[in-house]
Design a protein. Structure first.
Ligand code: TYM
Length: 333
């Protein structure tokens, strides 16, 4: 049985991008693999978070994950700051990763923007913490969206350099699992930018707690072009917004994009958008309802997360201990 790890930042409500690109793929893995899924609050504070908001969003994220089908009985569901081993191994990795490696990270460049000097040092070393998240469990399978590919390659570089520098075969290779048409869901306002929970425009995304009217409104206002839908995918190549909406409908209904085009070819967005709205509301409505229900009992949610943290810690502790011994730290009794 493989060990799976993945994480999500509580920096907002999960979006349709998070759902289709990641969370939805996590659900079936619980039945076949040993899975750890983590709400990564340490990662979230690499950019400014209001404390009260962070707390609320952490519970909201946990509720959303359970509402999407993760079961605290089938997987280890927990909050990153509850398991100190992540930060403890990350420090070692800060001393393994090279500045040159981090300088190549495109997500840092995107998130830091023009004023790079003003970015937190945490944002810079973010990928080292990500490597620690995975490797502190010796997890090998990491289901993520396409935007995490470069970070996972870096995690493998870190594992390899650690093994090489200390002459051990300790950290395993990580395999990124990046699946299907929805590995990169784009913004509803601009088909060249990814849909993101931290985008300042709420119109750019569908949130998992959006109600039916909000979804309808966002889809109605989504940027499109004046052309009709073609009967083949190649014709969508230079139409990023159209391609994105076709991809979303395909992913949410479990069909291929070709299949969606076969049905809608020759129609304009005036006809396509209501079909997309209907499919989204049908799929996301029950998730939203379950999320709201779970949030009515925060004590039960917290209890599930505490139980998850205990299970996670039991796996991480011996691995961290061994890593510290390899580095040459004086063993603690
Ligand atoms: P985060 O919180 O940005 O996103 C969580 C997951 O959702 C995927 N995703 C998307 N997939 C398709 N289309 C989109 N528009 C889209 N937006 C987000 C992401 O690829 C991700 O899988 N650094 C990570 C969290 C993390 C992590 C880890 C992941 C921390 N430690 C260890 C894997 C392993 C992040 O910020 O994800």
């Amino acid at each position: 049985m493989a060990r799976v790890f993945s994480g999500i930042q509580p920096s907002g409500v999960p979006t349709l991008g998070n759902y289709l690109g990641a969370i939805r793929n996590w659900v079936p893995m619980q039945d076949t693999d040993e899975c750890l899924f983590c709400v990564v609050d340490l990662h979230a504070i690499t950019q400014r978070q209001e404390p009260a908001e962070l707390l609320r969003q952490t519970r909201e994220m946990a509720a959303a994950l359970i509402a999407c089908g993760l079961s605290p009985d089938k997987c280890v569901l927990f909050v990153q700051s509850h398991v100190p081993a992540h930060a403890q191994l990350a420090w070692v990795f800060n001393c393994i990763a090279r500045l040159g490696w981090l300088n190549r990270m495109t997500q840092f460049k995107d998130k830091a923007g023009k004023d790079r000097e003003a970015a937190s040092t945490g944002l810079y070393v973010y990928p080292n913490l990500m490597a620690a998240d995975i490797l502190v469990y010796h997890a090998t399978q990491v289901p993520v969206g396409d935007d995490q590919r470069q970070h996972l390659e870096l995690a493998n570089d870190i594992a390899e350099k650690f093994n090489h520098d200390y002459g051990v075969d300790f950290f395993p290779r990580i395999e990124p699992l990046i699946q299907g048409v929805a590995a990169r869901v784009m913004s509803l306002r601009d088909g060249t930018r990814k849909m993101s929970k931290s985008d300042p425009s709420d119109q750019s995304r569908i949130n998992l707690n959006d109600d039916a009217d909000t979804i309808a409104n966002k889809i109605k206002r989504a940027t499109t072009d004046p052309e009709l839908l073609p009967d083949n995918l190649a014709a969508l190549e230079k139409r990023p917004e159209a391609r994105n909406l076709v991809g979303i409908l395909a992913a949410i209904t479990g069909r291929t994009q070709e299949d969606v085009l076969a049905e809608h070819a020759g129609r304009g967005f005036g006809a396509f958008k209501p079909a997309l709205t209907e499919a989204l509301v049908a799929h996301l409505g029950p998730i939203r309802a379950e999320m709201l229900r779970l949030l009515e009992d925060p004590a039960a949610l917290d209890a599930a997360l505490h139980q998850g943290a205990e299970k996670a810690e039991a796996i991480a502790e011996p691995i961290l201990k061994r890593a510290y011994e390899i580095v040459g730290f004086l063993p603690r009794r």
